[in-house]
Design a protein around this ligand. Structure first.
Ligand SMILES: [Zn+2]
Length: 521
């Protein structure tokens, strides 16, 4: 292993122990837990020698958010039939106004995807302005890596994309038809995650948004389709088959949707923590290598024995790695050509909001951000002989990454479940959406000296017993050797990218290269 920096397990463990202490109250957004967390990070960055990169010479970037809750007085009527909230539909007004009234034609638009690089267009020029769209989540099934990523989910298949694309096209609203098969989870999951107040990044003037963005249960969707002359004879399965064909064209249901969406809107704030080491080459110092880790977790809930969600693995580990990398840059003596930038982002657990806000309001513009290396949820189970960097292979850095990993004696383990779309569920995705080559550096699963499958079992155990639970707590018997390796790997990779002449890019044909061209933001 190259002796690239002095990062040791002992540089990481104390930060994890401290940041996951009960005194941080689960690092929820707003309040005392947040204040303690961001002040600690800023102090540690200053000690490491990294300068403030936030507003007014501070380490902080204020992130204005709003919490939206759809009121019980709201209503939705499809083809004359009133739907039961939470049982038959869920939805929010993304426009962040107190009330939106919709009276619109209903149109079925298949998957609701336009992807020129795959020669796919569900809209076929059909004008959906002012319409209420019903569609399926997920994407056309494929075994061909060059077509919708093969088995892997692309961003086109994520439900968030459907809302964004429909809003860009001026639709009034979207109802995603829920099926267990296309969503990958039962209706209860949709219902639970949409039943409380939800935080959003504050809407910008002129930004296209939906008056109703939500889901409809499969029973309610079946009734809707049966009420229309155009789809009366079709089952949900038949409609999905139609949507999976390249020749699909939108189907006008010739029924009306009437919605009265009333919302409470509460402004809240969170903060990103930003720090940098300015680049040493005046011609390249306006470009940056960006390290990210979310500092937030899910706070304190309920009044049981242990209401505090400490988030030791998720994501005190990632924050601690970034602090150790900052210290290594501070101590390294030599200045990389490009700027080294650190963003500890908030409100990740609410939907990548801190990183989305940063990407829209960056301190180094997105086109000049060379790469984003993200750390989220690393496993303190000891040293591995492998590492996982899902997405690296889609960037021009693939050979650099492979050579460096092998210098570290690490093999590269591919994403075990690309169909789950984990890539889209951590902060690197907020940067990728703006075209920045971005990926997470994640723990491998092969532990030398342990039996085959030991690592997978440990992770399965963690996910079942501790993930997003109060028991994600620091343990004195944890072994941080593997995490220290990943910190050194990230430090070295960042330093190499900061000095290489060319800015990295996504490979030709990649959806995120398309994102940069079509401004998905
Ligand atoms: Zn996380």
């Amino acid at each position: 292993m190259p002796n690239t920096s002095s990062i040791t397990p002992g540089d990481i463990a104390p930060h994890v122990r401290f940041l996951s202490h009960d005194v941080f109250e689960g690092r929820g957004v707003g309040g005392r837990g947040e204040e303690l967390t961001v002040e600690y990070l800023a102090a540690q960055l200053e000690l490491a020698g990294a300068g403030p990169a936030g507003e007014n010479g501070t380490y902080f970037q204020t992130v204005p958010l709003v919490e939206i809750k759809t009121q019980e007085s709201s209503s939705l009527r499809l083809a004359g039939r009133v739907l039961a909230p939470l049982t038959e539909y869920v939805g929010n007004n993304e426009r962040q106004t107190g009330r939106e009234v919709i009276d619109a034609q209903v149109v079925f638009v298949g998957h609701g995807i336009t992807a020129p690089e795959f020669e796919w267009d569900d809209f076929k020029g059909f004008d959906v302005n002012g319409k209420l769209l019903v569609l399926f989540t997920n994407e056309p099934p494929s075994e061909d890596d060059a077509f919708f990523g093969g088995r892997a989910l692309t961003y086109y298949g994520r439900w968030t994309f459907k809302f964004e694309e429909a809003a860009r096209r001026g639709a009034a609203g979207v109802l995603i038809v829920h099926t267990d098969e296309t969503a990958g989870y039962p209706w209860e999951v949709v219902r639970n995650s949409w039943s409380g107040a939800q935080p959003y990044v504050e809407v910008q003037p002129g930004e296209p948004k939906l008056a109703l963005a939500g889901w409809i249960s499969s029973d309610a969707a079946e009734r809707l389709f049966q009420s229309s002359p155009a789809t009366r004879e079709m089952t949900l399965g038949g409609l999905l088959d139609a949507a999976n064909s390249k020749d699909f064209t939108p189907i006008e249901l010739e029924v009306q949707a009437q919605a009265d969406v009333r919302s409470s809107i509460v402004p809240i704030q969170t903060r990103n923590v930003l720090a940098s080491f300015p680049g040493g080459d005046p011609a390249m110092a306006d470009e940056a290598v960006l390290y990210t880790a979310h500092w937030d977790h899910i706070g304190t809930h309920g009044d049981g024995d242990d209401p505090i969600y400490n988030g030791a693995v998720d994501n005190a580990t990632g924050c601690s790695v970034l602090l150790s990398i900052a210290r290594a840059f501070g101590e390294s003596g030599s200045k990389p050509s490009r700027t080294i930038l650190f963003a500890f982002v908030g409100a990740e657990e609410s939907g990548l909001l801190g990183s989305a806000y940063y990407a829209a309001n960056p301190v180094v513009e997105m086109g000049k951000t060379a790469v984003n290396l993200n750390y989220d949820g690393l496993y303190p189970f000891g040293r591995t002989s492998d590492v996982s960097l899902p997405g690296y292979e889609r960037t021009s850095l693939s050979e650099t990454v492979e050579a460096l990993a092998s210098e570290f004696g690490l093999t590269l383990t591919p994403d075990a479940h690309p169909e789950q779309g984990y890539y889209y569920r951590s902060d690197q995705f907020s940067l990728a959406k703006h075209g920045v080559p971005a990926f997470s550096i994640k723990s491998g699963s092969r532990y030398p000296g342990r039996p085959e499958g030991w690592g997978e079992d440990k992770v399965a155990q963690y996910r079942e017993r501790h993930y997003h639970q109060p028991s994600d707590e620091f343990r004195e018997d944890w072994d941080f050797a593997g995490i220290a390796d990943l910190a050194r790997l990230g430090f070295e990779l960042g330093r190499m990218v900061a000095d290489q002449p060319e800015l990295p890019t996504w490979k030709e044909g990649d959806e995120f290269l398309a994102a940069r061209e079509r401004s998905w933001q």
